[in-house]
Design a protein around this ligand. Structure first.
Ligand SMILES: [Zn+2]
Length: 310
């Protein structure tokens, strides 16, 4: 289950690592009395899924905070000091974490890529065409594969807990299958003319496949430069031509470009969708199950005009 990647570039991260090591003796991190094995995930969605498998046997934390932009994240010296204490690192793979190959090369702990075994959907557009769409967790069926990979990785890490991880994983996978059914049932009721899901990032390919929606987006993958005038114009044409009633944008990016689409077409802004990050504990989507349910309600509410949840 543990995989290593070669170094790609590395000059920027090498500087970060040097800074981290230089500061190693004066870490500002609080003393940690927790003796359980430490598992760090690259982002909050994976931390929640991993926590459901780990139960209380492992100390699971996300390296990045709720709301972080995950694709172009730049690890800090503090991240590297934290990861140096890890017994296992969990990442998504499929090209989600651009920074990860360099990062993990500087950390001794093994890592598990939880999308291993997922059937990827390739990105159709722009510079990313032909690369796998990384947002596989947006299909609860794929999340079951993530769970299987976590059960195996945690059992390698802590063999005494193997039975518990299997039991937790089985119970959680049952909830994920139920979630898949909820998703399909909620969206199959949409009339044919309201089955286009228009978002900022092309993060919904797996969800659209599960539910038979037509996916359209302004840009394929979050990056520094996004929403070119051509991308916005193409989205305006699609929304206008297909009389799409509502459009959406995700919590980790600006909705400015989508508001241009709203102004130009008269479509409603249907609300904020969550993909690349959970919310804080007190927010609308503190767990992965909440994330999918929130997005279902927002999409159905927006497309049927019955009011999405903000
Ligand atoms: Zn994304």
């Amino acid at each position: 289950m543990a995989k290593r990647r070669g170094v790609r570039g590395g000059a920027v991260l090498a500087g970060v690592v040097a800074a981290a090591l230089a500061m190693g003796g004066c870490s500002a991190l609080p003393a940690d009395d927790d003796q359980r094995p430490k598992v760090f995930t690259t982002f909050t969605v994976l931390a929640d899924i991993a926590q459901n498998v780990a139960g209380d046997r492992l100390n699971v934390e996300s390296l990045t905070k709720p709301g972080a932009e995950i694709h172009g994240y730049e690890p800090t010296p503090a991240d590297i000091r934290r990861a140096a204490k890890a017994d296992l690192i969990v990442n998504n793979g499929l090209g989600l974490e651009n920074w990860f190959a360099q990062f993990v090369d500087h950390v001794d702990a093994p890592h598990v890529e939880v999308s291993d075994g997922v059937e990827p959907i390739d990105i159709a557009a722009d510079a990313y065409a032909g690369k796998p769409n990384p947002h596989a967790w947006m299909s609860p069926g794929n999340a079951v594969i993530y769970v299987d990979n976590l059960v195996a990785a945690f059992s390698d890490l802590d063999p005494d807990g193997a039975e518990q991880y299997r039991a937790h994983g089985d119970a959680y996978a049952d909830r994920l299958r139920g979630l898949h059914d909820e998703l399909v049932t909620a969206l199959e009721g949409l009339p044919p003319e309201q089955r286009a899901l228009v978002t900022c990032e092309g993060a919904f390919s797996y969800l659209a496949r599960d539910t038979g929606l037509t996916e359209r987006y302004i840009w394929p993958v979050n990056a520094e430069q996004q929403a070119t005038p051509q991308q916005v114009a193409a989205t305006i044409d699609f929304v206008g031509d297909n009389r799409v009633p509502a459009v959406f944008c995700e919590s980790t990016v600006s909705d400015k470009a989508m508001q241009q689409v709203v102004s130009a077409t008269g479509a409603q802004f249907g609300g904020v969708l969550y993909v690349d990050s959970l919310s804080e504990a007190g927010g609308p989507v503190p767990t992965y199950l909440d994330l999918i349910r929130h997005d279902i309600a927002t999409i159905v509410g927006g497309l049927t005009g019955s009011g999405g949840r903000p």
